[in-house]
Design a protein around this ligand. Structure first.
Ligand code: NAI
Ligand code: MG
Length: 357
């Protein structure tokens, strides 16, 4: 199969970790007789420096025409003083919006082999392996009116929590479909006891569920969900929720696994072009030192292959290779018990490639 992949390395460690992911994808293409073409584009701070725009038109067009977008990270101290509308992050927000990437998928998985030998072992919770499906383009962050006004001498501020049934339906479908590829259990998180938007959320999720009788559905209030994530995180399979709740719960959940350097994400939309990126940022403190953990980016590439290209075998191959290198004791600096035992970004990547062969 032929696929064109837009690669947007961005800033900081972005170029190092996306290079690692490309190498892994090339190995997969060789092994399974696929043809992947990689097209590089500017985004973020480096795009501001090169093109005067955090999302140049060429990047946007090339990305829209691709079969999938692999992104590193954007931002860094160099651009921190720019006003909001000109910042590197604007590039990321704009590409999500222009491709209508409404479904943010974040797997939260604790690798068993890290529990024994890791400075993070206390933070890692055994058997955690679930997926958060967060609605990304609706709700409180986007609803109108969103403004300040002065009423009788006092300032007040308004944000609007608005969801259309169609927006809920499409994210619920994503969640049920994802559950079919996993363990067939969905927990839908809302606040239906007090919010009207949550009552519509719950009804709509129930309606969609009728078409997925093979998936088990449970509704959970968000305050309880925040508690259950700590109390029994291993019980979750797929969690689906609206934008604000998902923002908070996904950051909470990421800490169950110990390290940011391991966590991938996918943002999927209506156009069929998805965006795949590590959860971590541009890590300016270690950029250019060949020290970054490439596994989050490599796992993001696995998500591209799985959700974007529907190549489940190939995705599983990458996931197994990542598990194997960790089980074999390869540790980048962020997860190494002793600094002198840490491997470099390229050594970790080579180990994954070897595990693929
Ligand atoms: P960060 O995720 O870049 O770094 C936090 C800490 O984790 C740092 O100590 C870093 O060295 C470490 N770290 C992160 N990824 C790592 C990896 N793969 N391997 C080893 N260590 C890793 O978050 P921070 O420092 O808050 O933000 C730095 C810049 O990144 C900022 O400009 C921020 O706006 C941007 N950022 C971009 C995101 C994106 O592009 N999606 C997401 C989060 C932050
Ligand atoms: Mg957040």
């Amino acid at each position: 199969t032929k696929k064109t992949i837009a690669v947007l390395p961005g800033d900081g460690i972005g170029p190092e970790v996306t290079t690692a992911a490309i190498n892994v994808l090339e190995t997969i293409a060789d092994k399974y007789d696929h043809h992947f073409t990689f097209q590089q584009g500017w985004i973020g701070g480096s795009a501001i420096d090169e093109k005067g725009d955090p999302l140049p038109r060429e990047t946007k067009e090339m990305s829209a025409e691709s079969d999938g977008i692999l992104l590193g990270a954007v931002g860094g101290p160099k651009w921190d003083r720019l006003p909001g509308a000109e910042r590197p992050e604007k590039g990321l927000l704009e590409i999500r919006k222009s491709l209508d990437l409404y479904a943010n998928l974040r797997p939260v998985k604790a690798y068993a082999s890290l529990i024994e030998s890791s400075p993070l072992k206390e933070a890692i919770v055994a058997n955690v392996d679930f997926l958060i499906v967060r609605e990304l383009t609706g709700g409180l962050y986007f609803g109108e009116p969103k403004k300040r006004e002065d009423i009788r001498g006092e300032t007040q501020a308004i944000d609007t929590l608005l969801y259309k049934a169609s927006e809920i339906k499409r994210i619920a479908e994503r969640a049920f479909q994802a559950a079919q590829l996993r363990n067939g259990k969905v927990v839908s998180v809302d606040k239906a006891n007090v919010l009207e938007s949550s009552r519509l959320w719950r009804e709509t999720v129930d309606d969609v569920h009728a078409s997925y009788p093979d998936v088990e559905l449970e509704h959970m209030l968000v305050d309880n969900a925040a508690m259950q994530l700590i109390a029994q995180p291993a019980a979750f399979d797929v969690m689906v929720t609206e934008n604000t709740f998902g923002d908070i719960l996904s950051d909470e959940a990421s800490m169950l696994t110990g390290s940011l350097g391991l966590l991938p994400s996918a943002s999927l939309g209506s156009t069929g072009v998805g965006l795949y990126e590590p959860v971590h940022g541009s890590a300016p403190d270690i950029a250019g030192e060949n020290r970054a953990n490439p596994l989050a980016a490599i796992s993001s590439a696995a998500m591209m292959v799985k959700y974007g290209f529907k190549m489940e075998k190939e995705a599983e191959k990458i996931e197994t290779a990542v598990e194997k290198v960790l089980a074999d004791g390869y540790r980048t600096a962020d997860i190494a018990p002793k600094m002198e035992e840490a491997v470099t970004t390229t050594e970790m990547t080579d180990a994954v490639i070897k595990a693929l062969e």
